[in-house]
Write a protein that binds this ligand. Structure first.
Ligand SMILES: [Zn+2]
Length: 226
C-alpha cells in the first residue's frame, strides 16, 4: 500500500488552511448547540438522545473537511435538530405516551431476589449485562436485592434488603457462579438464569419452574458489605 498516495492524493494545499478554520468554527458551534440542549453532560444517554447526537455529529463533522458543503447548511441542520430536540422534550414532559415512544420506559429486572424475565424477551446477553451492573454495585447475590429497576438511560437503581431479611440467592461473582456437579451438594440451589431457589433437586438438570432453564448453582446468603 502506498502511504503517501493514501495520505495526500487529491488534497488541495489551499484548502488545508480552510479545514483548520472550518474545524474551529464547527467545534464552537457544536459546543454552543450542546449547551442549548440544556444537558449538563453525556455520561448516560437515552436512545433518543443518542439519535440526536448521531444526527448532530454527521452534520457537524462533514463540513469541516468537505469543500463542497457550505457551513451554512450545517448550521441549519444543527439548529433544526436542537429545535426538534426541544419540542420533543417539551411534549415528553407533558405526555406519558410521547415519553414512552421516544425514550422507552423503565423496567423491573430483579424483584424479591429473583431475576424478572416476563416482559423481557431478551436472552442471556441482557441478563449477563444486568448481573455485571449488580456486581458493580457490590451485590454479591440476588438474595440481597428486593428491587432493581433498569432506568431509561441504562442505569440500574437498586433497593436492597436489610441484613436481617436477606434471603438465599443466586451468586453473581465468578467462583461461586458455577453449575453443581451433584444434587447431594449442600443446598439450597439457585437457578443460574433467573435465581429461583429450590431446596431440593431431583436431578442436577432439573427444569426451573420459573424460567425453564436447567442449570443450578449453590445459593448463598452472605450479608451486604458496605
Ligand atoms: Zn430459572
Amino acid at each position: 500500500m502506498d502511504m503517501l498516495k493514501m495520505l495526500f492524493e487529491g488534497a488541495d494545499k489551499n484548502f488545508i488552511i480552510e479545514i483548520i478554520g472550518r474545524t474551529i468554527f464547527m467545534f464552537f458551534l457544536i459546543l454552543l448547540i450542546l449547551r442549548l440542549s440544556g444537558r449538563r453532560g453525556v455520561r448516560q444517554l437515552t436512545l433518543f438522545e443518542v439519535a440526536i447526537i448521531l444526527g448532530l455529529g454527521s452534520a457537524a463533522g462533514d463540513p469541516m473537511f468537505q469543500e463542497e458543503i457550505p457551513v451554512i447548511y450545517s448550521i441549519i441542520v444543527l439548529f433544526s435538530v436542537i429545535v426538534l430536540y426541544k419540542i420533543i422534550t417539551f411534549l415528553a414532559s407533558k405526555s406519558e405516551l410521547v415519553t414512552r415512544i421516544f425514550e422507552g420506559r423503565e423496567m423491573v429486572v430483579v424483584e424479591n431476589g429473583e431475576f424478572k424475565i416476563d416482559g423481557n424477551k431478551d436472552s442471556d446477553f441482557s441478563q449477563k449485562e444486568f448481573f455485571a451492573e449488580l456486581r458493580n454495585k457490590s451485590i454479591e447475590h440476588l438474595g440481597q436485592v428486593r428491587l432493581a429497576v433498569l432506568e431509561i438511560d441504562g442505569t440500574l437503581s437498586i433497593l436492597k434488603y436489610p441484613t436481617e431479611n436477606i434471603k438465599y440467592g443466586l451468586p453473581l461473582f465468578p467462583g461461586s457462579y458455577k453449575p453443581i456437579l451433584s444434587i447431594h451438594e449442600k443446598g439450597p440451589f439457585a437457578c443460574m438464569f433467573c435465581g429461583s431457589i429450590q431446596h431440593k433437586l431431583s436431578h442436577k438438570n432439573q427444569t426451573c419452574d420459573n424460567c425453564g432453564k436447567k442449570e443450578w448453582t449453590i445459593a448463598i446468603k452472605t450479608p451486604f458489605i458496605h
